[in-house]
Design a protein around this ligand. Structure first.
Ligand SMILES: Cc1ncc(COP(=O)(O)O)c(C=O)c1O
Length: 395
């Protein structure tokens, strides 16, 4: 096991306080009730815990609690938002056009592909070399029949942020709904719905020190954004996500939201300082380095390339000491490399060279100094041994 974990964009360790909050709901004494069993205290106690967690999620987002729908992941929340709102509209002949961006997470892009097969028209906006989209392009893409605009708050590979408040302002007066994938942003930067003005927002507990297997979709309750459910059954979660609620997971998500709300904005500043220390430290080694993505960025992610050095070779070399990623955990198996970096127009050499470091709640400045020393030592050695040629050397 690597000594230092710097892959917090993939997942984060459970906070001990979250684990403690979850345990009573995993035991066999009283916490096992079904929240739908209103006829006895076992059920009512569990239902009260679910409702408290709903308020904790809503408080973090500064939004009404009735808007929170618990899901099994951000992927599920995103699918509910994208497929659910489009199918609702398409089935009623009210429009079938969606606008998204080339650098979105595969949960959004794959859901859009599915919609395309179902007859929807999808516009995928490009980004510039910094990973930023143009509001003029968005304006131009909007049509009378546009049902949904789906954009992420911060990118999981580069950390690059879209200006969601500006997007919402641009959509003022247009009937299209705005869905924001805030999975990487929650707990790292303020994610407040009054400022973002989104109609739908997705998040996932395991990205901010909560448990895996639970997420949430917030959808505007008033006027209510209508969704075609993905799951049919017992009508839980206001009929939009049937299935017995996973009380322990939901309690864990609520607790993680409470901790995140208390820690911000100090945690944002701390993470930013760690990321800047990392990038400044590596730059100071004198090894030519490119930081992929610029402009407003999430504070915990650095996507870097050492031109001429294969990212995979670097990661294998540092693995005994550092756990870091090539790109996203989801795209690392894709032989064509990162769709995000391709969309930013990175040439093959830079793209092959890219790797991602992401810091978290337990990362310290001393950890960063170790990481800089390990990465620099390895990069210098590998560059001396087998430099990548500008094109096509897979190493
Ligand atoms: C931006 C973004 N959206 C969605 C997801 C999917 O989250 P989950 O693992 O909860 O399905 C991730 C996780 O990698 C992500 O980073």
């Amino acid at each position: 096991m690597a000594r230092l974990y710097l892959d917090h964009a993939a997942t984060t360790p459970l906070d001990p306080a979250v684990l403690e909050a979850m345990l009573p709901w995993m035991g066999c004494d009283t916490g096992f009730g079904n929240p739908a069993s209103v006829t006895h205290a076992y059920g009512r106690t569990a239902a009260a815990a679910v409702e408290q967690a709903r308020r904790q999620v809503a408080d973090l987002l500064q939004a009404p609690a009735e808007g929170v729908i618990f899901t099994g992941s951000a992927t599920e929340a995103i699918n509910m938002a994208v497929l659910g709102s489009m199918r609702f509209s398409m089935q009623r002949g009210r429009g079938s056009h969606l606008v998204t961006c080339a650098t979105e997470h595969s949960a959004v892009l794959a859901a859009c592909e599915q919609l395309r097969r179902e007859g929807a028209t999808i516009t995928v906006l490009p980004v510039d070399a910094n990973g930023q989209l143009s509001l003029a392009d968005l304006q131009e893409a909007l049509r009378d029949d546009t049902v949904l605009v789906s954009l992420m708050l911060g990118n999981n590979e580069t950390g690059v942020c879209h200006d969601i408040a500006a997007v919402a302002a641009l959509l003022q007066g247009h009937p299209a709904r705005l869905h924001v994938d805030a999975t990487q942003a929650v707990g790292k930067v303020p994610v407040h719905l009054p400022a973002l003005q989104a109609d739908l927002l997705s998040l996932s507990a395991h990205k901010f020190h909560g448990p895996k297997g639970v997420g949430a979709l917030w959808r505007c309750p008033e006027p209510r954004v209508r969704l075609q459910p993905l799951l049919f059954g017992g009508g839980q979660e206001s009929g939009e996500r049937s299935g017995t609620q996973a009380v322990h997971q939901i309690v864990g998500l609520g607790e993680a939201c409470g901790l995140a709300a208390n820690a911000l904005p100090a945690e944002m500043q701390r993470l930013t300082a760690l990321r800047d220390r990392l990038e400044a430290g590596l730059r100071a080694t004198g090894i030519p380095m490119v930081c992929n993505g610029a402009g407003r960025r999430l504070p915990h992610i650095s996507n870097l390339s050492f031109p001429g050095l294969h990212g995979e070779a670097l990661l294998a070399d540092i693995e005994p000491e550092l756990a870091v990623a090539l790109g996203s955990a989801c795209s690392s198996a894709d032989a064509r490399g990162s769709h995000v970096l391709r969309a930013m127009g990175l040439d093959e050499t830079l793209s092959l060279s890219a790797f991602r470091l992401s810091v978290g709640r337990r990362t310290t400045p001393a950890d960063i100094d170790v990481a800089v020393a390990v990465v620099a030592r390895s990069a210098q050695r590998l560059l001396r041994l087998s430099p990548l040629q500008p094109r096509g050397v897979a190493g």
